[in-house]
Design a protein around this ligand. Structure first.
Ligand SMILES: [Zn+2]
Length: 479
């Protein structure tokens, strides 16, 4: 029966093939019938649910409330903000027929919801007492994708989008900080991704935004993944949608708005931040199963071992651990072990007749070597500690990887070399043309102007003009 088809192309051999095979083999996704669409399978969806639950709690704790807006938006709404429509036009899916006839006005399937939410904000806000308005929605959006990649770029994807309206710029900018801080914490504390937070350069801004902020993670191939963004929209959308309020002075004022989003692309980030040659490595806080118990033995022995295995899983569940017993009778223990290793389960336990007689199970962790006995009595406490340590280990490991692949450079040759394997920290003149030159020469783009770090002056790594940002930027190739 042994079918050993667990293997994926090793990450070290071909990162892209590794990723593309793994998302299917680990049963995270399947292809949708429409090109570029993705079915999220239960194992993958559970990861999203865990991330979503944590984010939703943080979004509410920071004073935001959830609402839901329609999927279909009148096409004319998008045209009201010139940069916005220009930025999204190539990716729009448009409904022209419905109800058996051609529509008078085409409808856009939302690529994002600034416009429809702006329209409602205009209706709901009249006085300074209505501000700030802090909304969030969990939704799917559609952006037509010519080069789809599971989780990273799909035509339809899941996300949350925060939309807020404020009396002035200062209040809107405070909001942007709250959102960015929230994303950085979700990434670091839950996904164990040591992201760098900061601002985007003008050429990397969201269409229609005055300023765009980002958290960027480094994947194990050295590329950057934009993992969440927050935009200060100024009064651009307020003017396009007449989002106005009466100030205390009695004057009519435009609101300052913000929007921010984090998507299921984060799952792609988790895969590429932690995975290795053997497959997925899941942070315990996002693992559908934190502990998998594999009963050992056939025939009568299997009958003996199964009840204690189920009982152990129940005790672990009561301690707050997501535990699962692999009861698939047709598969060998060896196959199951390799399967769960490939699927990234943090801790596996073997329970055989001999272990049972000793009152113990054999434990192995996803990144550890060998197996060690754990007494059944103390298993819940030992495993809770083991999972916490594993979560910490992943963040530390990813941080040292990121740091080892980040080079502070001044010369162009050093820059070009650094971005082939990771990130370059370099000065830049702030000219869009110079950013384009860098991209044409190296495929690297300005990822982020890090919020942290002391001010520093220097000259542009490409053209030698004075630095425009008062500090070094992170450049890298990206997803
Ligand atoms: Zn330059």
């Amino acid at each position: 029966m042994a079918r050993d088809e667990r293997g994926v192309t090793p990450q070290s051999e071909d990162f892209s093939a590794w990723y593309n095979e793994l998302v299917f083999k680990a049963e995270l996704v399947d292809r949708g019938p429409v090109r570029g669409t993705m079915v999220i399978r239960p194992y993958g969806y559970r990861i999203w649910e865990l991330l979503q639950a944590d984010m939703d709690r943080r979004i509410k704790e920071t004073g935001h409330v959830n609402a839901y807006f329609p999927l279909l938006i009148p096409e004319s709404y998008l045209r009201r903000e010139a940069e916005h429509v220009e930025g999204f036009a190539p990716e729009l899916a448009v409904v022209t027929h419905a109800g058996g006839k051609e529509l008078e006005e085409p409808l856009v399937v939302r690529p994002t919801s600034e416009t429809v939410i702006g329209e409602m904000m205009a209706k709901w806000i009249s006085s300074h007492r209505d501000l700030p308005m802090l909304l969030n929605q969990w939704a799917n959006v559609v952006r037509w994708e010519m080069r789809p990649r599971m989780f990273l770029r799909t035509t339809e994807f899941l996300w949350q989008e925060g939309h807020t309206a404020h009396a002035d710029e200062a209040d809107a900018m405070r909001e942007k900080l709250i959102a960015l801080d929230l994303y950085a914490k979700v990434a670091r504390e839950i996904a164990a991704m040591p992201v760098v937070a900061g601002e985007k350069t003008a050429s990397e801004r969201f269409p229609g935004a005055v300023r765009t902020y980002t958290v960027e993670g480094m994947m194990r191939d050295g590329r950057a993944l934009q993992s969440g963004t927050s935009h200060y929209l100024g009064t651009n959308f307020a003017k396009a949608f007449s989002i106005q309020y009466t100030a205390e002075s009695g004057e009519q004022q435009y609101c300052h708005t913000s929007s921010w989003g984090m998507s299921a692309r984060m799952i792609g980030g988790v895969i590429m931040t932690h995975g290795d040659d053997k497959g997925l490595v899941l942070p315990p806080l996002l693992a559908p199963y934190q502990v998998v118990i594999v009963p050992i033995g056939r025939g009568d022995q299997a009958g003996q071992v199964l009840p204690p295995a189920v009982e152990l899983a129940e005790r672990l569940s009561r301690a707050g651990i997501r535990a699962h017993v692999d009861t698939r009778a047709q598969l060998s223990p060896g196959f199951k072990f390799n399967d769960w290793e490939m699927r990234g389960v943090p801790v596996r336990l073997e329970l055989g007749p001999r272990d049972l007689a000793d009152g113990a199970a054999l434990m192995s962790t996803r990144l550890g070597e060998g197996k060690s006995p754990v007494s059944l009595d103390s298993a819940p406490a030992v495993l809770l500690a083991e999972l916490t340590a594993f979560q910490d280990l992943l963040l530390r490991r990813a941080t040292s990887f990121r740091d080892s692949r980040t080079a502070t450079v001044n010369a162009w040759e050093e820059f070009a070399e650094a971005v082939t394997t990771g990130w370059a920290l370099a000065f830049h003149c702030g000219q869009a043309q110079c950013e384009n030159d860098i991209k044409a020469a190296t495929s690297a783009t300005a990822r982020v102007i890090p919020a942290e770090g002391a001010p520093e002056q220097g000259v542009c790594v490409r053209c030698g003009l004075p630095s425009a940002y008062g500090k070094r930027l992170i450049f890298g190739r990206s997803y």
